[in-house]
Structure formats: structure tokens, C-alpha cells
Design a protein around this ligand. Sequence first.
Ligand code: GLC
Length: 428
Amino acid sequence: MARGAIGTGVFLLLLPLLILGCAQGEKQDTGASERVRLVFKHGRIAGDPRLFHQLLRDFEQQNPGITVVDETLPSSTDEQHQFYIINLEGSSADFDVLSMDVIWIPEFARAGWLRDISHLMPLQERGKFFPGPMQAVTYRDRVYAIPWYTDAGVLFYRKDILKKHGFSPPKTWQELVATARAVIDKEPGLYGFIWQGKQYEGLICNVLEYFWSNGGEVLKNELPVINSPENIEALRFMRDLLVTYSITPPLVTTAIEEPTRHIFGNGRALFMRNWPYAWNIFEQEGSPVRGRVGVAPLPSFPGKTSASTLGGWQLGVNRYSRNPEAAEKLILFLTSPTVQKTLARTIGYKPTRTSLYRDQDLVREQPFITGLHDIFMQARPRPVSPYYMMITQVMQPEFSAALAGIKTPEEALNAAQKQIEHILGVER
Ligand code: GLC
């Protein structure tokens, strides 16, 4: 009797676990008749999310038995990174497919958080993607994600206003200053040049473009060289955009991509540095700047070469996913030539597959895509290292302090140099 009571008690205690177990069993993608519920995490979709959801429904139709639930994270890459660190560190199986910034893969792969998906990417297939993103998804010769869409910093300009005042798109930063100064003196209410200056990852992307286009580097032969004269000059120039030349409004020091895109899209700025996604939104019906926006490579310092930061997002499978095979199907679908083409036409995500830059429809509808091909080919990666997140967390407050005038560029870069040496264990 007593034994029976204990037995029932144990059974009742285990009941919730058993129910949970059954629920999880339902999710597994082993049995053909069971429904798989795939959770796909990604940042906020630019533009109209309905077009994106339609693609997910198409995938479900092609793969009966799989339902895709997509869950949106905040648009800032730093906040998304935070989410993954906490959840993957806790071996969370709450999501199956994740969209990852180009800078995270070495860190995530080293931590063992991603499924090795090299089998999905035979050598011949790897050659079809831009080399930068392909390098970013490869860690110790294994592939951990498939490049989904690519990014590189570009200069957006108002074709109509430049023409009206007899200017062409600037080739050097100094020309950009002179042009913006001359135009905004005659067009009150118009901002000269906006970019992303908040203390976050986007600021690093912006600052590196000035360093590189002045011949500077962050690491050389894996050693930090961030406090070089070239970098000090470049950072001082950025501060001057705000204070000396006053072509950049102070709001830029708290701005990320979308606020700057809104300002430019409302016709309130002459030049903007941003990622290419913005162009499709500018060209939508009803947009105040439709037909008036040009895209050019970023300027450089005189006699130096223009440089764009390589950005972009990659799809990988959570190592703890209970549905790895279905997850692989979804990432193959989303990175396929057809879907990349649709994403480029609808929401402006730029393909990671090089052949699409010769696609007749895309070239006709978005002629500047041909020029983007070369920019993406040459785009520069941020330091590729499992310690990148530590390095960026050192650079962000230092760059921000220099822009705000709290530190001189030299002080900020000397401080960054010391801290990066410490992270990398460099002896002095
Ligand atoms: C874009 C880029 C990404 C970068 C981020 C910075 O999303 O694709 O690589 O880190 O902007 O804000």
C-alpha cells in the first residue's frame, strides 16, 4: 500500500516531464509523419516584412511537415549578440536557425555553438559566393554557416541637388567636405553628411573606413597598430566633420542605421554613409527621394584608396537544435539563388552569390548593383578573430570619446592600443 502510494507519487511527479518529453518528441525531424516546428531567429527585416513572410510560406509548401516560426530580435547587432551569448551559453534549444553577423562566426564556432555544416558546402559551391563572407563562415577549414546577404559601406547622395549646384559625387573626403559646405550654405535646413556615430558596432564600421582609406590598420601581422599617425589623422577628421567643418549634425553621435536612413529618406541630407539596403526603401512608391538618390564608393583621403567595411549576415544551425536536418533545409532554401534574387528585388538584401550581379532583372531594376559587385569584392573584413568582440568592446568607447571631444584622437587610440595588446597578450 505504502509502496503503491510512493509509486503513484513518483509517477505524478514525472508526469510533466513525460508530457514535455512527448511534446519534444513531436518536434523531432526523424519520423516522416511528425510535424517539425522550426524556430528561425533574425534581426528586424528592413522594408516590408510581408514579402519575407511569403518566402517562409513558400518554404513550408515545398516542405510539407515543417512549420517555420520566425522570431525577430532587435535591429542592433550588439543586442542580438548579447541574446545569443546568453542563450547559447545556456545550451538553449529554443531556436534552430540563427542569422549571424559576419563578425561572430569564429567566436561562436570556437565555443562549439554551431553545427558544422561543411557537408552542405562542397568546394565548388563555396566558389560561388563572395570571398569575404565565405572566409567569415569558415573556421579552421570547416564551414559553420552559409552567407545569406552581404553588406558594405557606401555613399548615398542626392543626384538632383548635386546637379543643381554643379557638383559631382566626391572622390576624396576633403571634396565631400567642400561640396557639402558649399551646398548647405545655399540650402538651409539640409544636413551635409550623416553617418552612424553612436557607441555601437556600426560606429566601428564607420571609423574603420576612414582608417583604411588613409592607409591605416587595426592589426598588422596579428599585432595591434591602432595608434598609428594615419589612424589619428582619420579619427581627427571625423571629429572635424562635426565641429570644424560642421557638415555633420551632432545627432549623428547617437544615430544607428535606421534613423540616418529616415533623415536621408525624408530628403533632409545631401550625403549619407549606410549599407545598400537603404536604396530599395528610397525607391519605393511615395518615397520623397524616389529617383533622386545616387550610390557611390566611399571617398578616400587624397592619394589613398577607398575602403568599405564588409558587413552582412549568415545563416547557421544551433548546435543544440532538435531539428538539425530541417534547419539545414531552411538555410539552403534561404541562401539559394532564387530566394537571394527575390530578397534583393523585394527588400534590398544584397546577394552573397556573385552570379546574381549579372542577373538581367536585377541589373535592369537596380543598375547600381553592377558597381556594388566590385565594392563587395574589395570590402575589408573587421579583424577576423575569436576575440573580435573583446576588441570591438575596447574600440567602441574610445572612438566615441574621441568623437565627443572627451579625449583627443591620440589619447583614445593610445588607450585602445594598450587594451588590445592586453587582450591579445602582446608583450611590450
Ligand atoms: C549591418 C552589417 C553588420 C554590421 C552592422 C553594424 O547590419 O551587415 O555586419 O555589424 O550593420 O551596425
